[in-house]
Design a binder for this molecule. Structure first.
Ligand SMILES: *Cc1c(COP(=O)(O)O)cnc(C)c1O
Length: 396
């Protein structure tokens, strides 16, 4: 048998050991983690909706009218009116003709990618795509070709030399870097090479584009140009669940083929109702998005003045690059001594030598909260240069 305990010890020695904190109470910037009150800058609740009264009310009234359990899969007797209405709302919100509601974004990626490509087909995947995309590619049994992050020239060559059915998949907003994929160029290449484009905009919806309609909508790309867009309710929407939107016939195809849609219990209808309510909020929360944008700009300019190394991100995801995993843990621990919670992100979540503190800003942070974060980073002083391995400062 494998020596599992030794593997854990090896991880510890390399600074790659992972632990969990126990948080209590609602998700909000001032939260309790392992019994201590901290000011958190690492949640994906970008608009501060996870504890919004309107969503809690929608869930409560959903529980009263529809009970708790989903009780069955969608294809047996679990496809509730609440799920169906949510899909109609999602299609309207994203300007698409159809939508399909999944239990999580992880399952949406696994299900959509493995349904839309299979043995003998080729999937082209950005090197920094989310783990759930990578796993969806593996599940499909298609040939997987990775292209360097955002490198549309290499992708163009790969597409040109490959025959058969082709699928290109990318994060919209990249989850660990915060930059946005070159969507317009990807759409153009896919059209030219007859490839199906799938964009996972888990971090774009709610934050990017008019009314928070996401990075694909922000670029004005139609359903014909980007057929499948995936999103999650777990991040800016402040709820739970996920979706894919696109042409109605493809939604029908997914109902036939997406295993993570078919073989799982439908999400509690009350949660679908809370997610439905969150779309209404997201659509009308321009002030929250504007406040968030101001925080992002202030953070970037202050951190540059302090000499920290950032990535070219205009979104709420603002990684502070460190390089070495242990150095990232140390910086995170130093911030925590000052009452700030910013978790270190290390391999295998990010490539080796690119460990970082993934700072995420939220509309629920105040200007004073941001002052505290910047003061704490100032007190920690930029990580000594020897900790930064030069090759990694930009992953492009
Ligand atoms: C978080 C995330 C997912 C998974 O969504 P969940 O609903 O949390 O399972 C998928 N894709 C990306 C890019 C993500 O960041």
């Amino acid at each position: 048998m494998r020596d599992f305990i030794r593997e854990i010890d090896e991880r510890k020695a390399l600074g790659l050991y992972r632990t969990r904190r126990v948080v209590s109470g609602p998700q909000q910037p001032r939260m309790t983690a392992d019994g201590e009150t901290v000011l958190a800058f690492c949640s994906n609740d970008y608009l501060g909706l996870a504890n919004h009264p309107a969503l809690i009310e929608a869930a409560k009234s959903g529980l009263e009218t529809n009970g708790l359990g989903g009780a069955s899969s969608h294809l047996i007797c679990g496809h509730h009116q609440a799920h169906h209405q949510l899909e109609e709302r999602l299609a309207a919100f994203t300007g698409r003709t159809g939508a399909l509601f999944f239990s999580t974004g992880y399952m949406a990626n696994m299900g959509v990618i493995s349904a839309m490509a299979g043995r003998g087909d080729t999937i082209f995947s950005d090197a920094l795509n989310h783990a759930s995309i990578i796993d969806g590619c593996k599940l499909s049994r298609a040939t997987i070709r990775t292209y360097p992050h955002g490198d549309t020239d290499t992708l163009a060559n790969q597409l040109a030399e490959t025959g058969g059915h082709k699928l290109v998949v990318t994060d919209g907003v990249f989850s660990m870097d915060g930059d946005i994929a070159p969507l317009r160029e990807l759409a153009r290449l896919c059209k030219q090479h007859d490839a199906l484009l799938v964009v996972d905009d888990a971090h774009g919806f709610g934050c990017v584009g008019p009314q928070g309609r996401g990075s694909v909508f922000a670029e004005g790309l139609t359903e014909d140009e980007v057929p499948l867009v995936i999103g999650t309710f777990g991040k800016a929407f402040g709820s739970s669940g996920a979706f894919v939107v696109g042409p109605a016939p493809l939604m029908d195809y997914l109902v036939q083929k997406a295993r993570t849609y078919i073989y799982t219990t439908a999400m509690p209808p009350a949660l679908a109702m809370a997610s439905h309510a969150s779309i209404d909020l997201v659509e009308h929360e321009d002030p929250r998005r504007q406040h968030l944008q101001r925080l992002i700009e202030r953070f970037r300019s202050a951190m540059k003045d302090l000499g920290y190394s950032l990535l070219p991100s205009s979104t709420a995801i603002q990684p502070v690059m460190v390089g070495d995993a242990k150095a990232a843990l140390r910086l995170s621990a130093d911030l925590e001594k000052r009452g700030l919670l910013v978790t270190a992100i290390r391999p295998p979540t990010v490539p080796r030598g690119t460990s970082r503190l993934r700072v995420t800003l939220s509309a629920s942070h105040t200007e004073a909260d941001l002052d505290r974060l910047i003061e704490a980073f100032a007190a920690c002083a930029p990580v000594t240069r020897s900790d930064v391995q030069p090759a990694i400062v930009t992953p492009h």
